[in-house]
Design a protein around this ligand. Structure first.
Ligand code: SF4
Length: 248
């Protein structure tokens, strides 16, 4: 018996999205993707998308991957923003449910011994499981964040472990960090408290450090661990970008 899998949007209309203002991309996603989510850790790019999205489609679930290893400042800031903008927060937890649960299974400091497995258990798996309920999601990836992200398309298909495809939308792919900061300043958007202390990209506390002015935004993530992505943006790529008119 053959199993039919969902494909990413059978009737897409991406024409003109490349180069469009992020608000237009979000409006398109809100219009075109029925079961839409956003995943964010409440950093500046995510805050910009949330700020636009809350006026366009306030019902969109906000997925937060609660690894158990977040800085206390991140958890406090998350609560503040959720209250401020009345967001529909969905906390996602890995299969062990807690740091203690993970330590019982894998021993202490898995993040030092095998950060790939630690990210898989705490980030990739719970997000994949949550995304099975959606047709697409918004993410704050930008091309200027790191060489690995320099080809980020506005829209791409992503295959889930079930074999279903969903759409992954990056409204800020073409924006620079300056564009983001300008939008944040002009719209009085609160920023993560560690941002002012030199943390340009903020993940789990064991795997994040502040960066210097000449470093890539993501240079402080997994520094010295031979890793630069947690895996949530690299799994299930099904052939790159869905074509936009500009990219054909
Ligand atoms: S970022 Fe570090 S602590 Fe967080 S899930 Fe990945 S390896 Fe574990």
């Amino acid at each position: 018996m053959s199993i039919e899998h969902r494909v990413a949007s059978p009737d897409p209309d991406y024409s003109g999205l490349d180069g469009a203002h992020p608000r237009e991309v979000i409006e398109w996603a809100a219009r075109s993707i029925d079961r839409l989510a956003i995943a964010t850790s409440f950093q500046s790019s995510g805050m910009v998308i949330l700020h636009m999205l809350k006026d366009i489609r306030p019902d969109v679930p906000v997925l937060f991957i609660d690894t158990g290893f977040h800085f206390p400042e991140t958890l406090k800031f998350r609560t503040k923003v959720v209250d401020l903008w009345d967001l529909k927060l969905v906390d996602l937890r890995g299969r062990h449910g807690s740091v203690e649960g993970q330590e019982r299974e894998h021993g202490p400091k898995l993040f030092e011994r095998n950060p790939g497995l630690c990210c898989h258990i705490n980030k990739v798996e719970p997000l994949q499981e949550a995304l099975e309920e959606f047709d697409g999601w918004l993410s704050g990836l930008r091309r200027d964040q790191s060489p690995l992200r320099s080809e980020t398309p506005i829209v791409e298909a992503q295959m889930l472990p079930s074999g279903d495809e969903i759409m992954k939308v990056h409204p800020l792919a073409g924006w620079s960090s300056t564009d983001v900061l300008t939008y944040v300043r002009d719209n009085d958007i609160p920023t993560h408290p560690l941002f002012a202390k030199g943390f340009a990209s903020i993940g789990c506390y064991p795997c994040t450090r502040a960066v210097g002015p000449d470093e890539d935004e993501r240079a402080g993530r997994w520094d010295g661990q031979g890793k630069s992505e947690c895996g949530i943006h690299t799994f299930g790529k099904t052939g790159g970008a869905l074509e936009t008119e500009a990219e054909q």
